[in-house]
Design a protein around this ligand. Structure first.
Ligand SMILES: Nc1ncnc2c1ncn2[C@@H]1O[C@H](COP(=O)(O)OP(=O)(O)O)[C@@H](O)[C@H]1O
Ligand code: SF4
Ligand SMILES: [Mg+2]
Length: 337
Protein backbone atom coordinates (compact mmCIF):
# COMPACT_ATOMS: atom_id res chain seq x y z
CA UNK A 1 0.00 0.00 0.00
CA UNK A 2 1.60 3.31 -0.99
CA UNK A 3 2.36 5.60 1.95
CA UNK A 4 2.30 2.66 4.38
CA UNK A 5 5.39 2.20 6.56
CA UNK A 6 4.29 -1.02 8.29
CA UNK A 7 1.82 -3.69 7.31
CA UNK A 8 1.24 -6.62 9.65
CA UNK A 9 -0.89 -9.51 8.37
CA UNK A 10 -2.18 -12.51 10.27
CA UNK A 11 0.70 -12.28 12.74
CA UNK A 12 0.92 -15.05 15.31
CA UNK A 13 3.34 -15.51 18.18
CA UNK A 14 2.79 -18.58 20.33
CA UNK A 15 5.04 -19.18 23.32
CA UNK A 16 5.47 -22.67 24.62
CA UNK A 17 5.87 -23.02 28.35
CA UNK A 18 6.43 -26.02 30.59
CA UNK A 19 4.06 -26.20 33.52
CA UNK A 20 5.65 -25.81 36.95
CA UNK A 21 6.20 -28.59 39.48
CA UNK A 22 3.23 -27.47 41.53
CA UNK A 23 0.81 -27.83 38.63
CA UNK A 24 -1.27 -31.04 38.46
CA UNK A 25 0.01 -31.23 34.85
CA UNK A 26 3.65 -30.60 35.82
CA UNK A 27 6.16 -30.94 33.00
CA UNK A 28 3.44 -30.71 30.34
CA UNK A 29 3.90 -28.12 27.65
CA UNK A 30 1.28 -25.46 27.10
CA UNK A 31 0.98 -22.98 24.28
CA UNK A 32 0.33 -19.30 24.98
CA UNK A 33 -1.24 -17.61 21.93
CA UNK A 34 0.16 -14.21 23.01
CA UNK A 35 -0.43 -12.77 19.52
CA UNK A 36 -3.12 -14.63 17.63
CA UNK A 37 -3.88 -13.60 14.06
CA UNK A 38 -3.27 -9.89 14.33
CA UNK A 39 -3.43 -7.58 11.28
CA UNK A 40 -3.05 -3.81 10.99
CA UNK A 41 -1.14 -1.18 9.05
CA UNK A 42 0.52 2.11 9.94
CA UNK A 43 0.92 4.88 7.39
CA UNK A 44 3.86 7.25 7.11
CA UNK A 45 3.64 9.96 9.82
CA UNK A 46 0.83 8.12 11.58
CA UNK A 47 0.48 7.02 15.21
CA UNK A 48 -1.37 3.77 15.88
CA UNK A 49 -2.20 3.25 19.54
CA UNK A 50 -2.34 -0.31 20.85
CA UNK A 51 -4.29 -0.64 24.07
CA UNK A 52 -5.37 -3.47 26.37
CA UNK A 53 -4.86 -4.85 29.85
CA UNK A 54 -1.48 -5.99 31.09
CA UNK A 55 -0.68 -9.44 29.68
CA UNK A 56 -2.87 -9.21 26.56
CA UNK A 57 0.11 -9.37 24.16
CA UNK A 58 0.98 -5.73 23.36
CA UNK A 59 4.72 -5.95 24.06
CA UNK A 60 4.91 -9.22 22.14
CA UNK A 61 3.40 -7.49 19.07
CA UNK A 62 6.09 -4.78 19.33
CA UNK A 63 8.98 -7.18 19.88
CA UNK A 64 7.88 -9.43 17.03
CA UNK A 65 7.65 -6.48 14.60
CA UNK A 66 11.20 -5.46 15.45
CA UNK A 67 12.48 -9.02 15.08
CA UNK A 68 13.45 -9.16 18.78
CA UNK A 69 11.40 -12.34 18.99
CA UNK A 70 10.65 -14.51 15.93
CA UNK A 71 7.07 -14.68 14.67
CA UNK A 72 5.32 -18.05 14.72
CA UNK A 73 3.62 -17.17 11.42
CA UNK A 74 2.27 -14.25 9.44
CA UNK A 75 3.75 -11.40 7.49
CA UNK A 76 5.39 -8.10 8.46
CA UNK A 77 6.09 -5.65 5.65
CA UNK A 78 8.31 -2.73 6.64
CA UNK A 79 8.66 -0.05 3.94
CA UNK A 80 7.23 -2.64 1.55
CA UNK A 81 9.78 -5.35 2.42
CA UNK A 82 8.92 -8.68 4.07
CA UNK A 83 11.03 -8.81 7.22
CA UNK A 84 9.93 -11.99 9.00
CA UNK A 85 12.59 -14.13 7.34
CA UNK A 86 15.44 -11.64 6.89
CA UNK A 87 18.98 -12.85 7.55
CA UNK A 88 20.39 -11.34 10.80
CA UNK A 89 22.71 -8.86 9.06
CA UNK A 90 19.87 -7.41 6.96
CA UNK A 91 17.68 -7.20 10.05
CA UNK A 92 20.46 -5.32 11.86
CA UNK A 93 20.69 -2.81 9.02
CA UNK A 94 16.94 -2.33 9.13
CA UNK A 95 17.04 -1.63 12.87
CA UNK A 96 18.46 1.78 12.08
CA UNK A 97 15.01 2.63 10.67
CA UNK A 98 12.87 0.97 13.34
CA UNK A 99 13.54 1.20 17.06
CA UNK A 100 11.84 0.28 20.31
CA UNK A 101 11.42 2.59 23.28
CA UNK A 102 11.33 -0.06 25.99
CA UNK A 103 9.04 0.12 28.99
CA UNK A 104 12.11 -0.40 31.21
CA UNK A 105 13.83 2.99 31.43
CA UNK A 106 17.29 1.44 31.57
CA UNK A 107 16.87 -1.11 28.76
CA UNK A 108 18.57 0.94 26.02
CA UNK A 109 21.18 2.58 28.24
CA UNK A 110 24.49 0.94 29.08
CA UNK A 111 25.04 1.84 32.77
CA UNK A 112 28.81 2.00 32.26
CA UNK A 113 28.62 4.59 29.48
CA UNK A 114 28.23 8.34 29.79
CA UNK A 115 25.34 10.01 27.94
CA UNK A 116 27.85 11.52 25.49
CA UNK A 117 29.18 8.04 24.58
CA UNK A 118 25.72 6.42 24.42
CA UNK A 119 24.70 9.00 21.83
CA UNK A 120 27.94 9.06 19.82
CA UNK A 121 28.00 5.25 19.68
CA UNK A 122 24.44 5.30 18.29
CA UNK A 123 25.28 8.08 15.80
CA UNK A 124 28.30 6.13 14.53
CA UNK A 125 26.44 2.81 14.31
CA UNK A 126 25.47 3.31 10.68
CA UNK A 127 27.38 6.44 9.61
CA UNK A 128 31.03 7.35 9.25
CA UNK A 129 31.36 10.87 10.62
CA UNK A 130 34.15 13.11 11.83
CA UNK A 131 34.37 14.13 15.50
CA UNK A 132 33.03 17.58 14.63
CA UNK A 133 30.05 16.06 12.81
CA UNK A 134 29.31 13.75 15.75
CA UNK A 135 29.42 16.75 18.08
CA UNK A 136 27.04 18.72 15.86
CA UNK A 137 24.66 15.76 15.62
CA UNK A 138 24.80 15.25 19.41
CA UNK A 139 23.91 18.91 19.98
CA UNK A 140 21.01 18.58 17.53
CA UNK A 141 19.70 15.47 19.36
CA UNK A 142 19.91 17.19 22.75
CA UNK A 143 17.91 20.08 21.35
CA UNK A 144 15.34 17.69 19.84
CA UNK A 145 14.69 15.87 23.11
CA UNK A 146 15.07 18.97 25.25
CA UNK A 147 18.02 17.75 27.33
CA UNK A 148 20.73 20.02 28.73
CA UNK A 149 24.31 19.64 27.43
CA UNK A 150 25.40 19.56 31.09
CA UNK A 151 24.00 15.97 31.19
CA UNK A 152 26.50 14.68 28.60
CA UNK A 153 29.14 13.59 31.16
CA UNK A 154 26.51 11.81 33.33
CA UNK A 155 26.04 8.07 33.71
CA UNK A 156 22.45 6.75 33.41
CA UNK A 157 22.05 6.21 37.15
CA UNK A 158 22.83 9.89 37.72
CA UNK A 159 19.78 10.85 35.66
CA UNK A 160 16.13 11.24 36.66
CA UNK A 161 13.51 8.96 35.10
CA UNK A 162 12.42 11.68 32.67
CA UNK A 163 16.03 12.34 31.62
CA UNK A 164 16.67 8.62 31.07
CA UNK A 165 13.57 8.49 28.88
CA UNK A 166 14.83 11.48 26.86
CA UNK A 167 18.25 9.87 26.38
CA UNK A 168 16.53 6.64 25.25
CA UNK A 169 14.49 8.56 22.69
CA UNK A 170 17.57 10.50 21.54
CA UNK A 171 19.41 7.21 21.12
CA UNK A 172 16.64 5.85 18.90
CA UNK A 173 16.73 9.02 16.79
CA UNK A 174 20.54 8.91 16.65
CA UNK A 175 20.55 5.65 14.73
CA UNK A 176 18.15 7.20 12.22
CA UNK A 177 14.81 5.64 13.23
CA UNK A 178 11.73 6.61 11.20
CA UNK A 179 9.41 4.23 13.02
CA UNK A 180 9.25 3.78 16.78
CA UNK A 181 7.52 1.17 18.89
CA UNK A 182 6.96 3.11 22.12
CA UNK A 183 6.10 0.49 24.76
CA UNK A 184 4.34 2.14 27.73
CA UNK A 185 6.89 4.98 27.52
CA UNK A 186 5.35 6.85 30.45
CA UNK A 187 4.48 4.01 32.82
CA UNK A 188 7.70 4.12 34.89
CA UNK A 189 7.58 7.91 35.31
CA UNK A 190 6.10 10.29 37.86
CA UNK A 191 2.71 11.62 36.83
CA UNK A 192 4.14 15.13 36.52
CA UNK A 193 6.70 13.93 33.95
CA UNK A 194 4.33 11.71 31.94
CA UNK A 195 2.68 14.57 30.06
CA UNK A 196 6.10 16.02 29.16
CA UNK A 197 7.17 12.73 27.58
CA UNK A 198 3.90 12.36 25.67
CA UNK A 199 4.26 15.93 24.40
CA UNK A 200 7.88 15.30 23.42
CA UNK A 201 6.91 12.19 21.44
CA UNK A 202 4.11 14.12 19.71
CA UNK A 203 6.38 17.05 18.93
CA UNK A 204 9.08 14.77 17.45
CA UNK A 205 6.51 12.88 15.42
CA UNK A 206 5.33 16.14 13.84
CA UNK A 207 8.75 17.76 13.40
CA UNK A 208 10.51 14.70 12.00
CA UNK A 209 7.56 13.01 10.30
CA UNK A 210 7.97 9.81 12.35
CA UNK A 211 5.50 6.93 12.65
CA UNK A 212 4.73 5.18 15.94
CA UNK A 213 3.15 2.09 17.32
CA UNK A 214 2.24 3.56 20.70
CA UNK A 215 1.54 0.88 23.32
CA UNK A 216 -0.28 1.58 26.57
CA UNK A 217 -2.78 0.02 28.95
CA UNK A 218 -4.35 3.47 29.33
CA UNK A 219 -6.96 4.20 26.68
CA UNK A 220 -7.08 7.88 27.65
CA UNK A 221 -3.39 8.42 26.84
CA UNK A 222 -3.63 6.33 23.66
CA UNK A 223 -6.68 8.23 22.41
CA UNK A 224 -5.05 11.59 23.11
CA UNK A 225 -2.05 11.03 20.92
CA UNK A 226 -2.98 8.42 18.31
CA UNK A 227 -4.56 8.84 14.90
CA UNK A 228 -5.92 5.29 15.05
CA UNK A 229 -6.46 2.95 17.99
CA UNK A 230 -6.38 -0.86 18.11
CA UNK A 231 -7.89 -2.53 21.17
CA UNK A 232 -6.36 -5.89 22.08
CA UNK A 233 -7.86 -8.64 24.21
CA UNK A 234 -6.08 -11.95 24.94
CA UNK A 235 -3.92 -11.91 21.82
CA UNK A 236 -6.51 -10.56 19.41
CA UNK A 237 -7.48 -7.14 18.11
CA UNK A 238 -11.16 -6.77 18.97
CA UNK A 239 -11.70 -3.25 17.65
CA UNK A 240 -9.72 -0.85 15.48
CA UNK A 241 -10.61 2.55 14.15
CA UNK A 242 -9.90 6.24 14.01
CA UNK A 243 -9.18 7.63 17.42
CA UNK A 244 -12.34 9.76 17.47
CA UNK A 245 -14.55 6.75 16.61
CA UNK A 246 -13.01 4.66 19.39
CA UNK A 247 -13.50 7.56 21.79
CA UNK A 248 -16.98 8.69 20.76
CA UNK A 249 -18.57 5.57 19.34
CA UNK A 250 -16.86 2.42 20.65
CA UNK A 251 -18.67 -0.66 19.34
CA UNK A 252 -17.00 -3.54 21.24
CA UNK A 253 -18.20 -4.27 24.80
CA UNK A 254 -14.56 -4.50 25.94
CA UNK A 255 -13.67 -1.05 24.58
CA UNK A 256 -16.70 0.35 26.37
CA UNK A 257 -15.53 -1.25 29.60
CA UNK A 258 -12.03 0.17 29.13
CA UNK A 259 -13.65 3.60 28.94
CA UNK A 260 -15.94 2.97 31.88
CA UNK A 261 -13.08 1.81 34.10
CA UNK A 262 -11.56 5.16 33.19
CA UNK A 263 -14.79 6.82 34.29
CA UNK A 264 -14.57 4.71 37.44
CA UNK A 265 -11.07 5.99 38.15
CA UNK A 266 -12.04 9.58 37.46
CA UNK A 267 -15.29 9.75 39.35
CA UNK A 268 -14.74 7.09 42.00
CA UNK A 269 -17.97 5.53 40.79
CA UNK A 270 -17.49 1.81 40.13
CA UNK A 271 -18.70 0.33 36.87
CA UNK A 272 -20.85 -2.62 37.92
CA UNK A 273 -20.94 -5.90 36.10
CA UNK A 274 -24.46 -7.41 35.85
CA UNK A 275 -23.38 -9.93 38.52
CA UNK A 276 -22.32 -7.20 40.87
CA UNK A 277 -18.51 -7.33 40.66
CA UNK A 278 -16.57 -4.16 39.89
CA UNK A 279 -14.75 -3.76 36.57
CA UNK A 280 -11.09 -4.71 36.84
CA UNK A 281 -11.68 -7.64 39.16
CA UNK A 282 -14.30 -9.28 37.03
CA UNK A 283 -14.15 -12.64 35.25
CA UNK A 284 -11.38 -14.72 33.74
CA UNK A 285 -8.38 -13.23 31.93
CA UNK A 286 -6.14 -16.12 31.22
CA UNK A 287 -4.30 -17.46 28.17
CA UNK A 288 -4.37 -20.89 29.75
CA UNK A 289 -8.14 -21.12 29.53
CA UNK A 290 -9.15 -18.95 26.57
CA UNK A 291 -12.90 -19.30 26.12
CA UNK A 292 -14.15 -21.15 23.04
CA UNK A 293 -15.62 -18.83 20.43
CA UNK A 294 -15.31 -15.25 21.64
CA UNK A 295 -12.50 -15.00 24.21
CA UNK A 296 -14.24 -12.11 25.90
CA UNK A 297 -17.44 -14.06 26.63
CA UNK A 298 -16.58 -14.92 30.29
CA UNK A 299 -16.41 -11.19 31.06
CA UNK A 300 -18.88 -9.78 28.56
CA UNK A 301 -21.91 -7.86 29.91
CA UNK A 302 -23.65 -8.02 26.50
CA UNK A 303 -23.31 -11.83 26.45
CA UNK A 304 -25.01 -11.94 29.85
CA UNK A 305 -27.67 -9.37 28.96
CA UNK A 306 -28.60 -11.32 25.83
CA UNK A 307 -29.01 -14.57 27.79
CA UNK A 308 -25.69 -16.15 26.79
CA UNK A 309 -26.29 -16.63 23.05
CA UNK A 310 -24.70 -19.84 21.72
CA UNK A 311 -23.06 -18.01 18.80
CA UNK A 312 -20.72 -16.22 21.24
CA UNK A 313 -19.26 -19.45 22.59
CA UNK A 314 -19.41 -21.53 19.41
CA UNK A 315 -15.79 -22.51 18.62
CA UNK A 316 -16.58 -22.48 14.89
CA UNK A 317 -17.87 -18.89 14.91
CA UNK A 318 -15.27 -16.86 16.80
CA UNK A 319 -16.06 -13.22 15.92
CA UNK A 320 -13.83 -11.75 13.20
CA UNK A 321 -13.05 -8.09 12.58
CA UNK A 322 -15.73 -6.67 10.27
CA UNK A 323 -16.59 -3.19 9.02
CA UNK A 324 -18.49 -1.16 11.62
CA UNK A 325 -18.33 2.27 10.00
CA UNK A 326 -15.85 4.34 8.02
CA UNK A 327 -12.32 3.04 8.78
CA UNK A 328 -13.73 1.22 11.81
CA UNK A 329 -13.77 -2.54 12.43
CA UNK A 330 -15.10 -4.57 15.33
CA UNK A 331 -15.00 -8.31 16.20
CA UNK A 332 -18.28 -8.94 18.00
CA UNK A 333 -21.54 -10.70 17.08
CA UNK A 334 -23.54 -7.98 18.87
CA UNK A 335 -21.62 -4.72 18.47
CA UNK A 336 -23.15 -1.83 20.37
CA UNK A 337 -25.11 0.59 18.19
N1 LIG B 1 9.24 -14.90 26.51
C1 LIG B 1 8.05 -15.35 26.89
N2 LIG B 1 7.86 -16.67 27.19
C2 LIG B 1 6.65 -17.13 27.54
N3 LIG B 1 5.55 -16.37 27.65
C3 LIG B 1 5.67 -15.07 27.39
C4 LIG B 1 6.91 -14.48 27.00
N4 LIG B 1 6.71 -13.15 26.78
C5 LIG B 1 5.40 -12.92 27.04
N5 LIG B 1 4.77 -14.06 27.40
C6 LIG B 1 3.34 -14.23 27.73
O1 LIG B 1 2.61 -13.69 26.64
C7 LIG B 1 1.48 -12.98 27.12
C8 LIG B 1 1.50 -11.56 26.60
O2 LIG B 1 2.56 -10.85 27.22
P1 LIG B 1 2.96 -9.36 26.84
O3 LIG B 1 3.14 -9.25 25.38
O4 LIG B 1 4.11 -8.98 27.68
O5 LIG B 1 1.66 -8.54 27.28
P2 LIG B 1 1.47 -6.97 27.55
O6 LIG B 1 2.63 -6.24 26.97
O7 LIG B 1 0.16 -6.64 26.92
O8 LIG B 1 1.41 -6.82 29.04
C9 LIG B 1 1.52 -13.10 28.64
O9 LIG B 1 0.71 -14.19 29.01
C10 LIG B 1 2.95 -13.39 28.93
O10 LIG B 1 3.09 -14.12 30.13
S1 SF4 C 1 -19.19 -11.77 20.52
FE1 SF4 C 1 -20.61 -12.04 22.22
S2 SF4 C 1 -19.29 -12.49 24.00
FE2 SF4 C 1 -17.98 -11.62 22.41
S3 SF4 C 1 -17.88 -9.46 22.83
FE3 SF4 C 1 -19.55 -9.73 21.37
S4 SF4 C 1 -21.39 -9.99 22.62
FE4 SF4 C 1 -19.62 -10.26 23.97
MG1 LIG D 1 3.91 -4.95 27.95
Amino acid sequence: MPGTILEVSRLKKYFSQRRGWFSPHSGEERLIPAVDDVSFYIKEKEILGLVGESGCGKTTVGRTILGLTPATSGSILFEGKEITALPPEELRALRSRMQMIFQDLDAALNPKMRVRDILSEAILLHHRLTDAEVERKTAELLEQVNLKASKLPSFPDELSGGEKRRVGIARALAVGARFLVADEPTSALDVSIQAQVVNLLLDLQKRLGLSYLFISHDLRVVELLSHKVAVMYLGKIVEIGLSESIARAPRHPYTRILWSSLVEKQSGEAFRHPHGSAAGSWGVFDFERPAAGCRFAPRCPVFEAKGRPAVCTDPSSAPQLAAAGPAHQVACHFPTE
